[in-house]
Ligand binder design. Structure first.
Ligand code: DGY
Length: 325
């Protein structure tokens, strides 16, 4: 039998994706349930033909040069701020991501955080478990109204638009800010495109859905938080560094905004000092895409992309298609 190509998977992904890879390639994998260190990554991929990467792997020019056989990197995530796209494009190495298959799961989680923080679900749950609840009271756990409120979507791409569409059942007014107009969203939910400052000033819920890029790093900072209503809530399921987390802690502590629901953090797995002590924040461990169907679909899409790249074909969801010129 002709020599099989070798691929490396930087951490275990759902079996559906691994099975596809194993049909064609010799697959080796980081068997430990933790990200690889940089030296471990460099050693593991030195002699393989393709790599399935995670958002916790930094893939830059140094990695690419240290693994000259690699025909492509398939990221198991829609976000790809962990990949140096310019370095790959300069070397004509294709990169891929996993859009679409996690859109609804991520938007659903943004809603879960919105509801949890506005209706104080986690705080209430803690009181019940503690045995301290003394019975119904008229002033207990008063939270924010959702039905009829104004939802501000920063970044009306796939996930932001899905979150906006799901607001229809709650009769919300939808504002969005984006470099591009989303006419379908305007038609479907009557969304209004506004400047970021207007969105911040008018929204009861501000949900972040832009990718992490130099332009969006700390887009939400002490100054922009002050532009929000004191009764408003911030939701972030995109990438942690889009929010200045220390400034957010201060804003939550001093009542600049009412609360926040966060799935992502500036320096994962760490959190800013004081964040976890605040009652007006709901914090989850970067799990927005973590549903059975989404994660299976991410695994099979990433695997199909990797197979294509190793076999010299264009992957379905290529990040840098210009290399095919
Ligand atoms: C992504 O895909 O970018 C998420 O952060 C993880 O699923």
């Amino acid at each position: 039998m002709a020599d099989r190509k070798r691929v490396y998977v930087t951490r275990r992904i759902p079996d559906a994706g691994l099975a596809l890879l194993r049909e064609r390639f010799d697959v080796s994998m980081n068997e430990e349930d933790r990200p690889l260190t940089r030296p471990e990554l460099l050693a593991a991929i030195a002699d393989v033909d393709g790599v399935l990467t995670l958002l916790t792997d930094r893939i830059d020019g140094e990695v690419m040069d240290a693994s000259p056989r690699v025909k492509g990197y398939a990221n198991y995530a829609v976000g790809y701020d962990n990949l140096d796209v310019a370095a790959a494009t300069a070397r004509k190495i294709p990169l891929s991501n996993t859009p679409d298959v996690l859109t609804d799961a991520t938007a659903d989680m943004a809603w879960a955080l919105l509801f949890a923080v506005a209706r104080r679900v986690v705080e209430s749950d803690a009181v019940m478990r503690s045995g301290r609840w003394g019975g119904w009271g008229p002033l207990q756990f008063i939270g924010g109204d959702i039905t009829g409120a104004t939802l501000g979507i920063i970044g009306a791409g796939r996930i932001g638009a899905a979150m906006a569409r799901k607001s229809r059942g709650f009769g919300m007014e939808v504002l969005y800010s984006d470099a591009f107009r989303n006419e379908a969203l305007e038609r479907e939910v009557g969304a209004r495109r506004v400047e970021l400052d207007e969105l911040l000033a008018e929204s009861d819920y501000v949900s972040v859905h832009v990718p992490l890029m130099p332009e969006t790093r700390h887009l939400i900072n002490a100054g922009t938080l002050k532009k929000m209503k004191r009764t408003a809530y911030l939701i972030n399921t995109a990438r942690g560094p889009i929010v200045d987390e220390a400034a957010l802690v201060e804003a939550l502590r001093s009542g600049v905004i009412a609360g926040a629901g966060l799935d992502v953090y500036e320096a994962e797995p760490k959190m800013a000092n004081g964040l976890a002590e605040l009652a007006n924040v709901v914090i989850t461990p970067h799990v927005a895409s973590a549903t059975k169907r989404s994660r299976d679909d991410m695994a099979t899409l990433a695997a199909r992309n990797l197979i294509a790249m190793v076999e010299g074909k264009r992957p379905e969801t290529c990040i840098n298609p210009e290399i095919y010129g």
